[in-house]
Design a protein around this ligand. Structure first.
Ligand SMILES: Nc1ncnc2c1ncn2[C@@H]1O[C@H](COP(=O)(O)OP(=O)(O)OP(=O)(O)O)[C@@H](O)[C@H]1O
Length: 304
């Protein structure tokens, strides 16, 4: 379990992480989302002691990372896949890491197998593609068989097969009861991987909820597709209650009213309905709605 309490990081006048409190629970995949510059990496760096909080604290299973006796065995971390000596082979890199924690070479071979690196394990890391580097970073994170995994943008640079592999791996690790914390700036990716989502925007937590709840929230704001032969009578009935109506082919899209209320108004006006369908908001819509005011710079370079 990861617990952040009033965690804050300031770089001079810039507040990268602003009074953040959250819990990442074991047995679940928790996605950590937010636009570029939201403070995800800074938060992760503080969790693993690479950055010191300006205020507040963060612990893993109740202990600050710096106080863990054998960190590799307790917390597996992928922060920067390129932080590997380029002249070493993948196997050499993993063996060197393993030696610092008395982890047997047998385990090195195991994680090489687990991450699909068998064919390249003897090659120098220098020639690795981004995707192979990511796999090596994940192999290093798994080395100590830790109860907690923290992976910053783990699917970055992976091909579609690699993305599915990370997804399955994350789910498998969580099913074993581990705490799995993954960052991404892609909601669509997290929707398929995570059980729970924490969204950061400009250093603050703007959502912390199960994936299903975030989707349901999007739906509440969603639209209702209506087909009727009496559009001219239904339209004034719904707009009188504050809804807006947009034609969509032979249908109307009504926003601002729930389908139940539209049905009641139609019945009251004696209007026949052929269709009354709530349009499910996608997770991506929910995410955009959540973060639209929180991105540092919008496309076009205009300051938000
Ligand atoms: N060492 C530093 N010195 C000054 N500012 C920093 C430093 N590290 C991060 N920042 C700033 O803090 C903010 C948060 O950055 P961070 O890298 O944590 O965001 P992020 O959510 O991980 O973004 P990305 O998805 O782009 O990696 C940004 O505005 C960034 O410019």
């Amino acid at each position: 379990m990861i617990q952040a309490t009033h965690l804050t990081k300031r770089y001079g006048a810039k507040t990268a992480v602003d009074d953040v409190t959250f819990t990442v629970r074991p047995g679940l995949v928790t996605g950590f989302l937010g636009p570029n510059g939201a403070g995800k990496s800074t938060t992760m760096r503080m969790i693993v002691g690479l950055d010191r909080p300006t205020e507040g604290s963060v612990t893993v299973d109740g202990v600050r990372y710096a106080e863990l006796k054998a960190p590799l065995r307790e917390v597996g971390v992928l922060l920067d896949a390129k932080a590997v000596h380029p002249g070493r082979s993948a196997r050499g890199h993993l063996r060197a890491l393993a030696a610092t924690h008395s982890i047997p070479n047998r385990r090195v071979d195991e994680v090489i197998g687990l991450t699909g690196l068998d064919a390249v394990a003897g090659k120098r890391v220098k020639g690795f593609s981004l995707g192979m580097g990511q796999r090596l970073g994940i192999a290093a994170a798994l080395l100590g068989d830790p109860a907690t995994l923290i992976l910053d943008e783990p699917v970055n640079g992976l091909d579609p097969e690699g993305v599915i592999w990370v997804r399955k791996l994350a789910r498998h690790l969580a099913a074993e009861g581990r705490t799995v914390f993954l960052s991404s700036h892609l909601m669509s990716e997290m929707a398929q991987t995570a059980d729970h989502i924490i969204v950061l925007g400009r250093g603050r937590v703007i959502a912390d909820a199960p994936v299903a709840e975030i989707v349901a929230g999007a739906r509440g704001e969603g639209a209702v597709r209506v087909r009727t032969p009496h559009a001219e009578r239904l339209t004034p009935a719904v707009t009188a209650e504050g809804a807006s109506v947009t034609p969509d082919g032979d249908a109307l899209v009504v926003t601002g009213l729930r389908s139940e209320r539209i049905g009641e108004l139609a019945a009251h006006a004696g209007v026949v309905l052929y269709e009354l369908t709530p349009v499910a908001g996608s997770l991506e819509d929910a995410y955009l709605a959540l973060t639209q005011d929180e991105v540092e710079y919008h496309a076009g370079g205009e300051a938000a």
